[in-house]
Design a protein around this ligand. Structure first.
Ligand code: PMT
Length: 309
């Protein structure tokens, strides 16, 4: 049994697994004449106990995935947004938490009725986003599939890939989620809340098998797969991205450095690497690097479909 088969056999699928796959399958059928992208977004939680009180998590807020989803939708793609529950979502990301309250005000209309309205000074911000959201909603071009922990993420990705196995080159997988590399196998996990009275906690985390291996080579051999590589040390970013391309045999890795990921990424193919950058002026004008990434990736997808990439 391979490493990833062993991993899957030690976890049951998530409760909503079948309904999520039905949703993905129906969505793919409706949009079979369009380009479809599955975006993964946000971090994965790794439980420390079966009755989970604590887990190991990572920094990912889901900005890359949720912003990219909006730009793919703008170019006409149908989008399956597989995201960490509670992380940023397309369109809603612009109005998070307290900000929403700042955009609204309570007013009385002419007949004395109390109403809630968007403040005049905020309409220019709210209207374009609302319009885009309503268009996408009326066209049914976005579905959201949530996950929380690592096993659920891996099950859902495998299930989605099985749905895509019959699809052709028009399907893209854009793997922006920050997937944990480490976990505790269920047979080594505490059943109940780990007790502090037992003293300092020493845990041994095992390596999660790299899902890119079966994904690219067995599950969706025809799809356009793009993985991301996050590093904190610039000097190893391109070599690690290239090593992933050599190992998994997909076409494109997008590299980013934790601290500069909103200003710069590096596009790495088997024979080239080039930067995409947003300048401080572009940022001030509201341009996000995710727009540049998606424009580039959409062009490359077109070449991939034509067989020239
Ligand atoms: O969400 P934000 O705050 O906007 O941050 C965006 C981001 C930095 C998380 C995103 O741009 C990004 O880089 N995502 C990938 C992060 C990551 O997991 O890098 P990695 O080097 O650990 O993994 C490389 C690739 O292997 C990833 O595409 C991952 O999906 C894949 N992987 C990882 C673990 C695993 N067990 N199997 C995998 O296939």
């Amino acid at each position: 049994m391979s490493q990833w088969e062993k991993f899957y056999s030690s976890y049951p699928p998530p409760n909503d697994y079948n309904s999520s796959l039905k949703k993905i399958s129906a969505f793919c059928e409706i949009h079979k004449d369009k380009k479809i992208v599955l975006i993964t977004s946000g971090g994965t939680a790794v439980p420390l106990e079966h009755n989970t009180v604590r887990f190991v998590d990572n920094f990912s807020a889901g900005t890359r995935g949720s912003a990219s989803a909006e730009y793919f939708l703008q170019t006409g793609y149908a989008v399956i947004f597989m995201h960490r529950q509670g992380s940023l979502e397309p369109y809603a990301r612009h109005f998070k938490g307290q900000e929403l309250l700042e955009l609204l005000e309570v007013v009385q209309n002419e007949t004395g009725e109390t109403q809630v309205k968007v403040q005049d000074s905020s309409i220019h911000k709210v209207l374009p986003i609302l319009k885009m959201y309503e268009t996408v909603k009326s066209e049914g071009r976005l579905i959201k599939i949530p996950f929380v922990n690592l096993p659920d993420y891996l099950w859902l990705l495998k299930g989605a890939a099985e749905v895509f196995s019959k699809a052709g080159e028009n399907v893209m997988l854009y793997l922006a989620a920050a997937v944990s590399d480490f976990y505790i196998p269920p047979n080594e996990m505490s059943e109940h809340k780990i007790q502090s009275r037992d003293g300092a906690l020493v845990i041994s985390l095992h390596l999660v098998p790299k899902i890119l291996q079966p994904l690219v080579n067995a599950w969706v051999p025809n799809a356009f797969v793009i993985s991301f590589k996050l590093e904190t040390d610039e000097s190893i970013l391109i070599s690690k991205a290239r090593a992933a391309l050599e190992k998994y045999k997909h076409k494109l890795v997008i590299g980013n450095i934790l601290q500069t990921r909103k200003q710069r990424v590096v596009m790495v193919t088997t024979d080239s690497s080039y930067d995409l950058i947003v300048t401080p002026d572009e940022m001030k004008a509201g341009l996000e690097i995710d727009k540049k990434i998606v424009d580039e990736v959409v062009n490359l997808h077109e070449l991939f479909i034509k067989g020239t990439f």
